[in-house]
Design a protein around this ligand. Structure first.
Ligand SMILES: C[S@@+](CC[C@H](N)C(=O)[O-])C[C@H]1O[C@@H](n2cnc3c(N)ncnc32)[C@H](O)[C@@H]1O
Ligand code: SF4
Length: 397
């Protein structure tokens, strides 16, 4: 893995021939739990035994390569939780293990998700030296009141300072914002988004607030103490997001992800183009092609239980399902139609053993929800994206 202290080389777009291979590494700990979040993230008041977790990561990487060797890694993604709580040496040791387990593409993209606090930003140079060449920062809002309501522990100014450090250290960085928040007006969001774009280089992830089951936000909403924009207002905010970003040269390449053309997150594309990826760490999911079948893998979610499982069995897998043809075809639609580039209907036919229903396609096309591009790809139109789930369900039926 790269370990020089020079600015990491920018990684280009991913391969489109299905040959990409990604490695996802999940760090499951956070300093506090945000009330909207249902990711597999945990707060521990005792110190985390990082060397012990590292040994388990290395064991699981070796075990996965034992089943799925011979791949060339195009992307490594440290997600969480809060991977920016890891020591740079831990990240470096994991990347070294990835390099021992598989061939690593010379232009590999190595992303690490970071919370934008000053403490974490001080580790950015260490991450770069360890081989990380892209960071993704969870800025969430550029408004201190909103950050407080989201349970964030940083201010907008602190987040922007972390973005500035990311810009100085890495050629590639992205940050996340959450919109359609409580009391957020279209004008306020437009101003916030324009300010964010001025700070963004090549990539922004813009997520509409989702009230996830069993989160404190779900309870507040049920108690009438949290009101989020209604469907029409959320739709107006979404449309405005598309317009402002496209106008600034950051069109959506996926429902919530915007990039300058060529600067898309390679790891994201591995998922949405149905390429293979290994899931390492607690609660990590993977998709591996083994003996001619696509396997859906998942590891134990609870961090300490995952650790003990890896220590006793040599891996943390709790799910390793052979997907049926139909299941792979459904995933192909579900993932691929999230992308602005859409899918190749011939690819669908190859996987499913049947073509998409031309009558359904014609109806969706007449309704303005999908279109066929001049090179024969099927894609969802801007008008279809807000009802993507219904479009996919219709095509997959
Ligand atoms: C794994 S999470 C967070 C990474 C990092 N721990 C942080 O908070 O900065 C990735 C992103 O998902 C988004 N996200 C999480 N929960 C969400 C929700 N309920 N609605 C919308 N976006 C959400 C946030 O923007 C977050 O940055
Ligand atoms: S949003 Fe990020 S920091 Fe907050 S609980 Fe989720 S993973 Fe942790």
């Amino acid at each position: 893995m790269p370990s020089d202290d020079a600015k990491a080389a920018p990684a280009g777009g991913p391969p489109t021939d299905g040959s990409g291979f990604g490695v996802y590494i999940h760090w499951p700990f956070c300093l506090s739990k945000c009330p909207y979040c249902d990711f597999n993230s945990h707060v521990r008041h005792a110190a985390i035994d990082e060397p012990r977790f590292l040994r388990a990561f290395l064991t699981e990487i070796a075990a996965t390569a034992g089943r799925a060797g011979g791949r060339t890694v195009n992307s490594v993604f440290f997600g969480g939780g809060t991977p920016s709580l890891m020591q740079p040496a831990t990240v470096g040791a994991i990347l070294d293990a990835v390099g021992r387990a598989w061939t690593v593409a010379p232009d590999v993209e190595v992303t690490l998700e970071a919370n934008p606090t000053s403490v974490e930003a001080t580790r950015f140079r260490g991450y770069r030296a360890a081989g990380v060449n892209r960071v993704s920062l969870g800025v969430q809002a550029l408004d201190d009141g909103a950050l407080k309501r989201l349970g964030r522990t940083h201010t907008a100014q602190e987040a922007l300072a972390a973005v500035a450090i990311a810009r100085a250290v890495f050629d590639r960085y992205s940050f996340d914002l959450i919109y359609a928040r409580e009391d957020q007006t279209p004008d306020a969001w437009a101003a916030e988004l324009k300010r964010a774009i001025a700070e963004a280089a090549e990539h922004l992830s813009l997520y509409q607030l989702t009230i996830e089951l069993d989160t404190p936000f779900a309870a507040l909403r049920a108690a009438g103490k949290l009101t989020i924009p209604d469907e029409d207002c959320a739709r107006a905010l979404y449309d405005m997001t598309q317009e402002i970003c496209a106008g600034a040269g950051l069109p959506a390449y996926e429902v919530s992800n915007h990039a300058r053309p060529g600067a898309e997150c390679r790891h994201n594309l591995v998922y949405w183009r149905m390429q293979e990826y290994a899931g390492i760490g607690p609660g990590a999911h993977g998709r591996l092609d083994l003996d001619g079948t696509r396997h859906a893998t998942a590891t134990e979610k609870r961090p300490e239980a995952w650790l003990m499982r890896v220590e006793s069995l040599g891996h943390g897998l709790v799910t390793d399902d052979n997907l049926t043809r139909e299941e792979v075809a459904d995933e192909f639609l579900l993932m691929g139609l999230r992308l602005a580039e859409g899918i190749d209907p011939r690819g669908y036919a190859r996987i499913a053993g049947r073509s998409l229903d031309p009558r359904r396609l014609a109806i969706l096309n007449q309704e303005g929800a999908v279109e066929i591009t001049p090179d024969g790809r099927l894609r969802v139109t801007p008008a279809g994206f807000p009802v993507l789930d219904a479009v996919v369900a219709d095509l997959a039926a």
